[in-house]
Design a protein around this ligand. Structure first.
Ligand code: SF4
Length: 346
């Protein structure tokens, strides 16, 4: 059924002998007729790359803090849609039923959530729900970028903001192509070990380059690291992650979030509040201005709040996804010392 819900690719090039090369993600699959990409979603049919279009596996109204973005229209609702499939196969994926739908027989049932729709219907849903943002999330958005761009074109005309919630395994070409539509990009930085990245199906340097390029392109970037005990929680690795981010910009918010056992990683202990606090301390020591601890609401002290990096005034007080107090001025500054607070406050 999913193969019928496809259109010709925009983010691919034709090669001799009916082969096509996809550049929607950094796998850059070169496919002969009949072959499918690593994502299993995009496929060569008689010399034409066919890509998903015209359905969602989920569409919900969520607080933007759930994506998570802390410096992007705080308190706004995001109409969030997702399709199926992923270009990674993380054994700790929290959305594995939709992300691994085409790669893991255990996720076979995901097809029953598929609902046909159009970009116009989705933008209209966002409007009716008073959402100011449209987010492509739940599965990896890079691999369904044609669908997202068609939605975002209409969304931008309607005055909505558009964001991706991505693993960052992007090519420079796709980031340049998305830049006119995308105001926000959440990227996972899963670890600082290339062998570990390869186990998940990616490559460390590609993700680091994507973070740098997206920032240089003027897209608002927030980075999330799911902290998994004995996988990426050593002081060295946390330092390397935060030191890299601070080198791109100390204003990039870094979210260190708590793992809980799921999918194929059931024998690892959940991340404690103490581990998140240690990660945050390291991030702050590396020079990052905004470090947040997620997935343990009410248990991480001040690490859910935003403070002025200059005078330490409490600017946004949060509990989980709820904003309890908001002090940033309409022009995006600290009300006490006037420091410009990095983000999209519109
Ligand atoms: S999106 Fe990535 S994995 Fe899928 S076909 Fe394109 S390059 Fe390959």
């Amino acid at each position: 059924m999913l193969d019928a819900l496809t259109v010709p690719a925009r983010f691919a090039e034709n090669l001799p002998d009916q082969r096509v090369r996809c550049y929607a993600c950094a796998h850059r699959c070169t496919l002969k007729p009949g072959q499918r990409g690593v994502c299993k979603l995009r496929f060569n049919r008689a010399g034409e790359l066919r890509v998903p279009w015209g359905y969602v596996a989920a569409a919900n109204i969520d607080p933007i803090e759930k994506k998570p973005f802390m410096h992007f229209l705080p308190g706004a609702s995001a109409m969030t849609f997702g399709m199926l499939g992923c270009n990674f196969h993380c054994d700790f994926c929290q959305n594995w039923v939709s992300s691994q739908a085409l790669r893991d027989p255990a996720a076979d049932g995901a097809g029953r959530y598929v609902e046909k729709t159009t970009p116009r219907q989705l933008v209209s849903f966002a409007h009716r729900s008073a959402a100011r943002i449209i987010a492509s999330s739940y599965n990896e958005p890079l691999i369904t970028s044609e669908w997202a761009v068609d939605i975002f074109e209409l969304a931008r005309q309607a005055g909505l903001y558009c964001v991706y919630v991505s693993n960052g395994f992007a090519t420079p070409e796709i980031l340049h192509a998305l830049q006119p539509y995308l105001q926000g990009l959440k990227i996972d930085l899963k670890c600082m070990s290339d062998p570990h990245y390869r186990e998940l199906g990616g490559s460390l340097q590609v993700v680091l380059d994507a973070i740098s390029l997206a920032h240089d392109l003027g897209i608002w970037v927030e980075v999330v690291s799911l902290i998994i005990p004995d996988f990426n929680d050593s002081n060295d690795e946390l330092w390397n992650m935060s030191h890299f981010l601070a080198g791109v910009s100390p204003d990039i918010p870094w979210h260190v979030t708590a793992f809980y056992p799921t999918y194929q990683r059931l024998n690892t202990e959940p991340t404690s509040a103490e581990i998140l606090q240690r990660a945050a301390d390291i991030g702050q020591e590396a020079g990052l201005h905004y470090v947040y601890a997620g997935n343990l609401p009410g248990r991480v002290g001040s690490l859910e709040n935003t403070y002025c990096p200059h005078c330490n005034t409490l600017l946004i007080k949060r509990r989980g996804y709820r904003i309890q107090d908001y002090q940033i001025t309409a022009s995006g500054t600290c009300p006490k010392c006037g420091t410009k607070i990095a983000g999209v406050w519109g």
